[in-house]
Design a protein around this ligand. Structure first.
Ligand code: PMV
Length: 309
């Protein structure tokens, strides 16, 4: 296959998932260990190929409704009659809270602009990707897109300018995949329901999550990984109150903390998906990785000075 027309990466939310929907701050980093490549070639029909679908674009499955809509709208808006085949090759696990849907929306639109050599900027890509994300997720906070588009760590708050927030800490982040699909939409809707019932516990927890995310920002600026670990554990206890964790995530969190992690939490929407742990140094991180290897479907090690190990 020829050169990809775009390469995008996923993201990891360090802290602030779910409370970010309610205007609290969150911190997320690009996850460069995996990527999503989009190839485009001329074809007899408009076709789409990815890991779980290959066929005509207009018959693509419900999971691809967002992508299909923006591809068709793009071709219409730019009056393109030429038929194409779009192929997506991705190593970002699907539906694990790692930003695969944002990466595919951004990747496909960027690839279309490149293939048809149409002048564009990041705002154009964002406009299209937001439409697709809304179709898939309902009303996303926008944190995924902000990281995927910029490929930089961000301190993010809804309806505010994105703050690029470089992370340069001594320590490691371990990421482990439960192997179970996350259920972001279900988790987000569950919280919404509890809030509609004015559950005081939920309102309080979300406020406290906002405070924890702010404290996390300061601990990162002060290179205080011990404190950040404690904040991870406190944040996870709030996520439990919001009922967005599950047994497998809790099992991995327990193993990790028993094997020297400074703190652990789920990442992304929860109810499946991935969890993250903090480790003080490489040896400690290695021990955590080894302890998780037989229990998680995939484990990654991320240097908080932003290199993938
Ligand atoms: O797409 P996910 O699973 O990484 O979840 C995004 C984070 C949430 O805060 C749960 C939802 C949102 O819109 O920000």
């Amino acid at each position: 296959m020829k050169e990809p027309m775009s390469i995008t990466h996923g993201k990891i939310i360090l802290i602030g998932e779910h409370s970010v929907v309610y205007n609290k701050p969150a911190i997320a980093v690009p996850f460069l260990a995996t990527d999503l490549r989009v190839y485009i070639e001329k074809n007899k029909e408009n076709e789409l190929e990815c890991s779980f679908y290959y066929g005509n674009l207009d018959q693509a499955s419900e999971d691809l409704a967002g992508l299909r809509y923006i591809i068709e709208s793009f071709l219409y808006e730019y009056k393109i009659n030429e038929k194409i085949k779009i192929t997506i090759r991705s190593t970002i696990p699907n539906e694990r809270g790692m930003g695969s849907s944002a990466a595919s929306s951004v990747g496909v639109i960027r690839a279309l602009y490149n293939f048809f050599q149409i002048k564009h900027n990041d705002d154009d890509i964002k406009k299209w990707a937001e439409i697709s994300e809304k179709i898939i997720h309902g009303d996303p906070s926008g944190i995924d897109l902000s990281v995927v588009l910029n490929e930089k760590s961000v301190y993010f708050q809804k309806n505010k300018d994105i703050e690029i927030f470089p992370i340069n800490m001594d320590g490691y982040l371990v990421i482990a995949d439960t192997g179970k699909k996350g259920r972001t939409k279900e988790a987000v809707n569950g919280i919404k329901k509890m809030l509609e019932n004015n559950d005081p516990n939920i309102i309080k927890s979300i406020d406290e999550m906002g405070e924890l995310a702010e404290k996390a920002k300061n601990s990162i600026l002060n290179n205080d990984i011990i404190l950040l670990g404690k904040i991870f554990n406190s944040f996870q206890s709030k996520l439990r109150i919001l009922d967005v964790t599950d047994e497998k995530l809790e099992e991995l969190i327990k193993i990790s903390n028993e094997n020297g992690a400074l703190g652990s939490k789920l990442t992304g929407g929860g109810k499946g998906g991935c969890m993250i742990s903090l480790a003080r140094d490489f040896n400690s991180a290695k021990k955590i990785v080894d302890s998780l290897k037989n229990k998680a479907t995939n484990v990654w090690l991320f240097n908080l000075k932003s290199e993938i190990v």
